[in-house]
Design a protein around this ligand. Sequence first.
Ligand code: NAD
Ligand code: UD1
Length: 314
Amino acid sequence: MEKISHALVTGGAGFIGSHLVDALVANGCRVTVLDDLSTGHRRNLDGLGDRIDFVEGDIRDADLLDRVVKGCQVVFHQAAVVSVTQSVQDPAHSCEVNDLGTVRVLDASRRNGVGRVVMASSSAVYGDDPRLPKTEDMAPGPLSPYAVQKLTGEYYASVFNGLYGLETVCLRYFNVFGPRQDPSSPYSGVISIFMTRASAGQAATIYGDGGQSRDFIYVKDVVRANLLAATEAAAAGRVFNVGTGSFIRIRELWKLIGELSNVKIDPVFGAPRLGDIRASVSDIGEMERLLGFSPQVKLRQGLVDTLAWYRGTS
Ligand code: NAD
Ligand code: UD1
């Protein structure tokens, strides 16, 4: 793999971003992190010391971006308001961060000679198209402000690629899980919430009937996908699904986490969430064919490792 000597990771103190920072540092890359710590934590970067430059700030700050992208070959853009529900409750705020913030990142990158921007998009852009698995060529059908914002980010990336020759790659992550996913808000990723509930011997709330399905991918596999997207020539200008090609229903997920945690507690069922997608599973043929990517961590193994982390035993 071609070496990246200096990279910027926006949202690098967050769940996925901090794992990406770890991998880049391990590869000998100099890393600048830009994060406003709205949902990320400085502790996620503990142990990296002066091997990274941490800058606390907002991706909407154009002057700050100009400073932090200077000299970077690659920008990994992870910063966002991540919660679908939060975007439903406050569409204007999430629009500012997810859309204006993304344009600012792209614009600072093209003005400062960055080679490539790898952006975190989302499987949410597909909405409820009944055809499964989701392939990249399907027409998008966003169901939430968040999904509109991620799709808009992809369109901007494509336009910057075409107009200014800034190489961009958009990765449509399916549902990512693993250590450091913050369970502390009701908007957090479902696995982080279910694990903390099960570990505390408490029931989880399932929104709707629990028949909705998701394709969960382990965070370390998502990091590998990012590194390939940053370094493989064939990735430039493209959009890729990043998932596993398998799915599990939410009520089965609660059962599985219960089994792994040695607890058997009936869930509480609540009203379905507004903007929630019913069925989600990826086709990852494009990423396999063009970038040689296939996920390595199976759901069960990923859950075991994640549970150990939440219990503080790994
Ligand atoms: P996260 O909340 O842990 O990470 C997001 C980071 O961005 C946080 O550290 C937060 O402090 C930072 N941030 C937010 N607004 C900012 C701003 N205005 N300026 C600077 N920093 C800001 O969430 P995550 O799960 O690690 O998500 C990373 C990316 O992946 C996001 O773009 C998200 O939309 C995307 N994504 C995540 C999933 C998933 O399942 N977790 C799935 C699809 C896409
Ligand atoms: C998640 C990501 C989003 C990403 C998308 C890609 C988070 C917080 N959101 O959204 O950024 O773009 O995947 O597919 O990481 N659920 C319950 N009980 C709970 C919590 C959730 O039943 O306590 C259900 C939800 O209703 C939903 C499913 O579990 O059907 C997954 O929810 P969640 O983890 O919030 O993820 P998504 O909304 O899919």
